[in-house]
Design a protein around this ligand. Structure first.
Ligand code: R5P
Length: 239
C-alpha cells in the first residue's frame, strides 16, 4: 500500500466518528484532503454536516466535493476537527504548518470539542523537531522578531538554522492571513510546551506550528494496519 492509500485509510477511519448534524473543522494538507473527499461522498449520500475550512485550499476542495460550509462567526463551536500533521509525539503534541495553514488550523482546533489527527505512521516520532518548525511572523520588523525567536530557542535549549519560506515560484510564501513563515531546523525539541509558550510571547510571532494539548486522538495508518492513540490528559492540559 502506498503513502497516499495509507492517508486515505486514516481519513476513512476518522470519518467513522462523524455523525449526522455535526459541525466539523476541516483540516489542510494531502491527508485532510482525503477526509474532505470522503466526507463529500457521505454528504452526497444524505449525511447532514457543516464544515469550517482551515485554508482557502480546503475551502475550494470542500466546495468542489459538495460539503456545506460555515464560519466561526456563524456557529459557536465545532464537534470534531479532522486534520493532518507533520509530526506527532507520544503525548500527542504536534508540529503542523508544513502547508502553511497553521494559524487557521489552530484557531479551528481550539474551537473544537475534539481534534482527530490523521496521518500515515511515518509522522509518528519519539521527539518532535526533525521536521522544521514553522513560525508564522509579521513581515514588519522581521530582524527583531528573528532575534527574539533565537533568544527563545536558546532559553528552551534548542538551536538551528532559520529560513523564510519560499513558494515554488521563488517568491516569499505568503499565508492565507497575509503573513510570512520562518522554518526552524531544530532537530530535537526537548520541551515542546515550554517552547510553545516562549514563542507565543514574542510580539512579531503571529502563531507557531507547535500544537500542544489540542489533539484528542491520532489515527495512524501503516503497513500493519490502523492504530488509534487516545490522548490521556484532558484537552487543553499542557502539563
Ligand atoms: O499547514 C499544513 C498542515 O499543518 C498539514 O496538516 C500538515 O502539513 C500535514 O500535511 P500532509 O497531510 O500533506 O502531510
Amino acid at each position: 500500500m502506498n503513502m497516499d492509500q495509507l492517508k486515505r485509510q486514516a481519513a476513512a477511519r476518522a470519518l467513522e466518528e462523524v455523525r449526522d448534524g455535526m459541525q466539523l473543522g476541516l483540516g489542510t494538507g494531502s491527508t485532510a484532503k482525503h477526509f474532505v473527499e470522503l466526507l463529500g461522498e457521505r454528504v452526497a449520500a444524505g449525511l447532514k454536516v457543516i464544515g469550517v475550512p482551515t485554508s482557502e485550499a480546503t475551502r475550494a476542495d470542500a466546495l468542489r466535493c459538495g460539503v456545506p460550509l460555515t464560519t466561526l462567526d456563524e456557529i459557536d463551536h465545532l464537534d470534531i476537527t479532522v486534520d493532518g500533521a507533520d509530526e506527532i509525539d507520544p503525548e500527542l503534541n504536534l508540529i503542523k504548518g508544513g502547508g502553511g495553514a497553521l494559524l487557521r488550523e489552530k484557531i479551528v482546533a481550539a474551537a473544537s470539542d475534539r481534534m482527530i489527527v490523521i496521518a500515515d505512521d511515518s509522522k509518528w516520532v519519539p521527539t518532535l523537531g526533525k521536521f522544521p518548525l514553522p513560525v508564522e511572523v509579521i513581515p514588519f520588523g522581521l530582524g527583531a522578531t528573528r532575534r527574539a525567536i533565537e533568544k527563545a530557542f536558546a532559553e528552551c535549549g534548542v538551536s538551528g538554522q532559520m529560513a523564510v519560506r519560499k513558494a515554488k515560484d521563488g517568491h516569499v510564501f505568503v499565508t492565507d492571513g497575509g503573513h510570512w513563515i520562518v522554518d526552524a531546523q531544530l532537530g530535537r525539541i526537548v520541551d515542546p510546551p515550554g517552547l510553545a509558550k516562549a514563542l507565543s510571547a514574542i510580539p512579531g510571532v503571529v502563531e507557531h506550528g507547535l500544537f500542544i494539548g489540542l489533539a484528542s486522538s491520532a489515527v495512524l495508518a501503516g503497513g500493519g494496519g490502523i492504530r488509534v492513540i487516545e490522548r490521556r490528559k484532558p484537552k487543553g492540559d499542557q502539563e
